[in-house]
Design a binder for this molecule. Structure first.
Ligand code: TMP
Ligand code: ASP
Length: 262
């Protein structure tokens, strides 16, 4: 497969065309942003970990019949993906209150929600990805009622699967963000999960200590982002448990990169 021109550059990833019209290459950058790009940094190795963690989760979702854009991982920073027409909505799923909902509604951080809460945000950086209602989606034609109903069902399956997967490795899945796209399959359009699922797009707390193992380490300037993401990767079985690499020391990155299973 030949890598073509840059189609799109986002805050954490770049999408390149390929010689196959329906496929693209997704490149994971080390850039970290928060609060709609107001806080920015480069965190050496983050893209490698997110590529690997996202591959693992999406592969598992594929295996339980949830269609995703992932075709295969190419190398440490790149994946082949199906090129989808992205629905311009960020679907936020919350199991425990944290982040924006605590400020917006005054809900105490850590409150366990009695059922998963799905929120919608319009994908528009200039407007700061505003929270919207399902009625906005229908009124402005961003998705149809049928698509939203289908997406909600997929979201709840993904949430159940991920809660269990993370619980099994001693991690609470607090919340996460999903994006979906349309692809042509035979003569109709199908909905697939697009974008990544990684500690950049989830809140993950250690089940015993509630230590943050996600991008809140960057958002809140807590430090230790690479060790936290490495911990998630290790518990998922992606990195060797016996790794003698001290990943808290970023100068060891080249050794750490070698430890990532091909
Ligand atoms: P929030 O509390 O800031 O609304 O975020 C909820 C979840 O969605 C959290 O896991 C982070 C994730 N998220 C993204 O992945 N990208 C975004 O642009 C935003 C706003 C949140
Ligand atoms: N990804 C968003 C940004 O870059 C928001 C976030 O994840 O906090 O600002």
């Amino acid at each position: 497969m030949k890598k073509g021109k840059k189609l799109y550059e986002g805050k954490a990833k770049i999408i390149y065309s390929t010689n196959n019209k329906s496929l693209a290459i997704q490149y994971f950058k080390d850039d970290a942003t928060a609060f709609n790009n107001q806080k920015k940094s480069k965190i050496d190795g983050k893209g490698i970990l997110n590529n690997r963690i996202s591959e693992h989760i999406l592969e598992n979702l594929n295996q339980i019949g949830i269609k995703t854009h992932l075709v295969k991982r190419l190398n440490m920073r790149e994946q082949v993906i199906k090129l989808a027409e992205i629905i311009p909505i960020e679907f936020i799923v919350r199991n425990i209150a944290s982040g924006s909902i605590t400020k917006r509604l005054g809900i105490e951080d850590g409150t366990v929600l009695k059922n998963p809460l799905i929120e919608y945000c319009l994908k528009n950086d200039e407007l700061g990805d505003p929270l919207i209602a399902e009625e906005h989606i229908l009124t402005f034609g961003w998705a149809t009622k049928k698509e939203i109903e289908k997406i909600k069902k997929i979201i709840l399956r993904i949430n159940d699967f991920m809660i269990g997967m993370f619980r099994g490795i001693g991690i609470k899945l607090v919340d996460f963000k999903l994006e979906f796209g349309r692809i042509k399959s035979s003569n109709k359009k199908d909905i697939i999960l697009a974008d990544e699922i990684s500690p950049d797009t989830c809140r993950l707390w250690d089940a015993l200590t509630e230590k943050k193992l996600d991008k809140d380490r960057f958002r809140k300037s807590l430090g230790g982002l690479i060790p936290a993401y490495t911990e998630v990767a290790k518990r998922l079985g992606i990195l060797h448990e016996q790794s003698n690499v001290n990943s808290s020391n970023v100068t060891n990155l080249s050794a750490f990169k070698k430890k990532i299973k091909k």
